[in-house]
Design a protein around this ligand. Structure first.
Ligand code: HEC
Length: 108
């Protein structure tokens, strides 16, 4: 994807989801795009990796399982760091909202 179309798609997405109801989901999508997409593909694909129950489990107990999944990967340091900790709730909300059994599909 060219940088300009990437920028546009981000602008469109965040524009669509400015309603307070979607605050965390929209933020989570933004973080996902920034920090997970390079390895896991777009948000539809990423959120579709797991069902809502599975996302609950992965992010449960202070994100224990999802951190474990990344030990030994190039993302290990990121998952153990503060910035993932601070954003994990938003990212979880996004992934949960669009989990494989949710019936929802992200706008982009
Ligand atoms: C540097 C690349 C990289 C980044 C960045 C990354 N991951 Fe991963 N992730 C991996 C690898 C490698 C695995 C282990 C192999 C696999 O299951 O695909 C993995 C595994 C996972 C799994 C478990 C998959 C399964 O089958 O159970 C989930 C869920 C996941 N990542 C979500 C995320 C989320 C959410 C983010 C962003 C916060 C993220 N990853 C960022 C590389 C990455």
């Amino acid at each position: 994807m060219k940088p300009i179309s990437f920028f546009l798609s981000v602008a469109v997405c965040t524009g669509i989801m400015t309603s307070p109801l979607f605050a965390d989901v929209a933020k989570g999508q933004k973080w996902y795009t920034k920090e997970c997409k390079s390895c896991h593909g777009n948000g539809t694909k990423g959120a579709g990796m797991h069902t809502q129950d599975e996302w609950d489990e992965l992010f449960g107990n202070d994100n224990e399982q999802i951190i474990k999944k990344h030990i030994g990967t190039p993302a290990e340091a990121y998952f153990k760091g503060e910035s993932f900790k601070n954003r994990s709730k938003d990212i979880r909300d996004f992934l949960f909202e669009y989990g494989s059994d949710s019936g929802n599909v992200p706008a982009c």
